[in-house]
Design a protein around this ligand. Sequence first.
Ligand SMILES: Cc1cc2nc3c(=O)[nH]c(=O)nc-3n(C[C@H](O)[C@H](O)[C@H](O)COP(=O)(O)OP(=O)(O)OC[C@H]3O[C@@H](n4cnc5c(N)ncnc54)[C@H](O)[C@@H]3O)c2cc1C
Length: 500
Amino acid sequence: MIKTDVIIIGGGSTGCGIARDLALRGIPHCLIEKGDYAAGATGACHGLLHSGGRYAVSDPIAARECFDENMILRKIGEKCVEQTGGLFVRLPGDSKRYRDLFLRKCDEVGIPTEVLSSSKALELVPNLNPEIEEAIKVPDASIDPFRLCMLNMMTSRLHDNLILTRHRVTEIIKSHGRCIGVRTMHTVTGEIKEIYGNIIVNAAGAWSNLVARLAGCEVPITLSKGSLVITNHRLSDMVLNRLRPSSDGDIIVPNEAVCLAGTTSFAVEDPDKISVRAAEVDTIISEAGRMVPHFNQTRIIRAFSGVRPLIKSGKMDSREISRGFQIINHENGLYSIVGGKLTTYRLMAEKMVDVIMEAFNLKKECETAEKPLDGQEELSGYPLSKRLADMQNIICECELVNKKDVTRTILQTGTKHVGDIQHRTRLGMGPCQGGFCTFRALGMMHDMSVLTPEESLQGLREFLQRRFRGIRGVLWGDQLREEQLIEYIYLGIFAMEKKP
Ligand SMILES: Cc1cc2nc3c(=O)[nH]c(=O)nc-3n(C[C@H](O)[C@H](O)[C@H](O)COP(=O)(O)OP(=O)(O)OC[C@H]3O[C@@H](n4cnc5c(N)ncnc54)[C@H](O)[C@@H]3O)c2cc1C
């Protein structure tokens, strides 16, 4: 039997942020995640570190939270954040009245803006539509959500707390009406564990109502699916937003070697039953193409969806629902934390841990806004050119991930899952989507005796299935041609289908 003070369910940005805050305030805890870190909305998002501009008109409180947290994260997480800056772009036909309102609201919220002529904006982002009317510069940035979660969990690990990835919470154990622990099942081996704690935090995002129901409670959330596409190269070095009320395909975010564009918004019932519709891909491409015409000719290498856990409201359009967050005390030892944004994860964690400290009658101030994230010195950081130092031993050419980084990750995590290496190093996240490098990483895991030959083959099969799910919605033109080459390599040269 495992005993701790706080059990956190969910290893997205919210759960990982709570773990770090608890670690810094000296509270023993255990984080339980059914996949790897960032397996939910966190790993399926744009990676936009909002300046708040996007919400300045519709939700000024959330906008201010975003701005404040944006400033904090630049300071504490410089190796996760690329300070790209952002533009809100006004196209012909976009409302001038909305533009004036946007500027006024940003001013009221305290978000700095600079109005740029179209020629000035084109100097900054040459791929922009030359017909734009103007652009407004804001302090948006790009953030790596996987790296963010890993670094938050590093603090928890350094303070000797228990972290269980690939463990699904299947039951909440109650005694005399109080939640006193959880039962988990390992998602690969099926092993069952019991973990007991004084407080249980449900940070399961879109799954939080399903988790709350294990304790007979309800979490009022609306699930909103959003889809995104990834381009095979960076079309812009700045975040681009369309200057209009939130709509489909109005944000493009550069992230290392690629750009992410999206998103859409559809209410869904089940977070495990989502897929990208062809019509969503078409809409995103045509809308993003209005800001950056080159988008229409660029190779799209992946399409995927995530589910936003939004606080339930009477609003019909989920885009109008607040991006604020809520902590629910179920009055039985279980707390749920829902809503919010990746950008505001630290603030959400701070407020949650304040509640926990009060429940324990303990006093220690939050330090997460000042202390830099642990483990950043191990990351090579931006820009990409810094990684050119070790060119002889590159394993992933697209993202310039070298053998040293892959070896270190395998040794540090002892993982048997190649996906875990991808999240920690960005291996396979570039234009070829792992087609040319994943088998090398699996080969290294085999050489290091982490995997048997059978396990590495199985890992390769699972990777190819996951990869195909991501690319099947974007198979046309050059992407289809590359896919045929990859298929030939795996089926023809490696004879994957003939392997036992
Ligand atoms: C398409 C899209 C784009 C977005 N873009 C942005 C953006 O650019 N910037 C921004 O700031 N925000 C963005 N967001 C919002 C942001 O992604 C989310 O608000 C945030 O990541 C939620 O984090 P979370 O930790 O609360 O939830 P999640 O990341 O969903 O984490 C919940 C975790 O709980 C785990 N879990 C669930 N059930 C169990 C169980 N029974 N046992 C164990 N573990 C369990 C899941 O596997 C998951 O990893 C976007 C969201 C979407 C969907």
